[in-house]
Design a protein around this ligand. Sequence first.
Ligand code: DGJ
Length: 748
Amino acid sequence: MRIQTPLATNVVGSLFPLLALCQDNANWISVGDDGRSFSLSSSNVSYQFHVDPLTLDLIHDHWGAYAAETVPDFNGVVSGWGTAYTYRRREFPDLGRGDFRVPAIHIQHSDGDTVSAFSYTGYDINPGKPSLPGLPATYGSEGDVSTLIIHLYDNYSDISADLYYSIFPRYNAVTRSFRITNNGSRDVTVLRASSWSIDMPNEELEMIDLYGDWAAEARINRRSVTYGEQGFRSSAGYSSHFHNPFLALASPSTTESFGPVTGYSLVYTGSFSADVERWSTGWVRVLLGLNPLHLSWPVAPGEVFTSPEVVSVYSEQGLGGMSRSFHSLYRNHLSRSNYTFETRPPLLNSWEGLGFDFNQSSMVKLAKEAADLGCSLFVNDDGWFGTDYPRNNDSLGLGDWTPDPAKFPDGLGPYVEQVDNILVQNTSEHVKLGLWVEPEMVSPDSDLYKRHPEWCMHAGNHNRTLQRNQLVLNLGLQEVQDYIITVIESILDSAPIKYIKWDNNRGIHEMSSPSANHANMLGLYRVIDNLTTAHPEVLWEGCASGGARFDAGLLHYWPQSWTSDDTDGLERLYIQFGTSYPYPPSAMGCHVSAVPNHQTGRTTPLAFRAAVASMCGSFGFELDPSTLTQEELDTIPKLISTQQRINPTVINGDFYRLALPDQSNWPAAMFVSPEHDSAVLFAFQIRSALKPLPPPLKLQGLDPDAKYTVSNGTWEQNWSGSTLMNIGLSLSWPTSDYESIILTFDRH
Ligand code: DGJ
């Protein structure tokens, strides 16, 4: 039997083209003359929704290519078994009124029930974008972004919800977060909070996301969106190696360069959940936000809960276009570091070369060898600290951030001075020293743990399970936050340290309550906000057992992140291409390490490893130069000089993935300067193969009418942009595995 809801009858044929009122200076947000239809638009994209006249629920209309009019209820009547909420494409789905899909918001009231009934009450439009209290977020001025705030109220429970939508028209991007305010007199608990929620129409879609593990981050996963729930989450307490807080939804025909795609990126570092659900109607609900397993956030009367932000971009230039929108938005309006657009110093990191086995004189010797290769930054990784429990292996000393007197008898000052006296080969530049820290952790064998066993994350009397022999400090406690700020400040005060690698090497296991994860994140953000604001001169690099926290949350504070502990050149191609889906290569830390590779045992040529690492913003070495051959020692300064020459284009350019390692034996990518004046191409041959021949490498992003000088450093040729893009290069490859070619293109 067909049941037609009264609501459905009422909306038959109700097509209301939008009469736009330009409410904001830049005309990016318009409101229908009924005051209840909203459109956020650039010349390329539109995000549209309206208020249902009967229920005052928000109904999603469109997110995609530009549309001149808003057409509420274009889908017309939907009949079936259900209520006014079952068959609507909702914008902020709550639970308990007959919408049986996954909700975006789920609140438990003091009497135990979990029904919410949010209704529209009004809106505001603000030029610019307000910051999110305590959370990282994109930012911009009036000329960059406008914000629409939608007010909803649940009269039954006296809870208001304010949805913040911002449009960055130059980037085809819309962001959303929301605030829940408890106006009642009793506590409530937010059980679920998906910052982003839309119901897309019934179209064929494929979901693209990044999964992986330690030393195998950011593998690309593409699958059809079918009926039922599909998604992924991190319950590790952090964004994690296992899944990255990013997804894209594309048409099955969308490729790297063509076709429609929406991308979604959560600006957050804790446990998260991405949920995609195709419903009986074929509609697809898309949710991205906090992981309900790690939320249960209490909101007392008068208090406000703020969700993190999701950034969504729309592109018709395929996954490549999506990535370029994310990259430029994140460099210009997420990262707030002084270094975002700066050429990064070539560095040598001690970890894979010396591990824990060093002292001041072996470190100074390593710094001198680094300088002789052309490195201007020397990074002393793990193992420099601890007095009573000196960090001679990974079971000792985390939490005790004073130099180990056996390794550094006079403290850090004289050591840093010794390193600073070293000049980079053939220059008058002094080597700078960088230091590794892991401040969110504590070793059971440490003075800190003996003094404050209550400072670590724990759940009553449950066993405090160790991972890498360590426990996690509870940054939800203000005294822990203040301790970390003080110890890092005192390290930076003790010597001119120019770079900090901030590591984090285990997941969160036992917690006193589910909300401890979000509290921990808010504490972490307070700590790093404080330190990065006080020390903008320091180059900060995030790290979490490789790339376990490569997320947009931390990129707000730190301009770069270590991409993976797997430094094998071939594996890195997969990891770096995957990571580049949402995150700019300029934010990746990538190093050349010794062969056979520590993680995979594979031997690849030095030039291949260097070309792979040069595709990133921060380039360096992770080896002991005393183990290198003379030929390698002679080659490395030339590799550094090439890398430094192309680094400005890598840092500032638009990134084009021309061929992915998952799909081609000849992966390639290029960066093009914003003015299309210069470009750099990275091309690779994985296996030597006689047949088939490599396909022509058709470049992208160049000015078709410009002439470019193409050079590999030893020869030059002139070609026009149109030839390079439409006929493409036929590269001739040697008959050997793991080959690489770097070409530069300069307009003349
Ligand atoms: C894990 C990091 O990913 C490595 O680069 C290194 O810093 C070690 N921790 C040190 O313990």
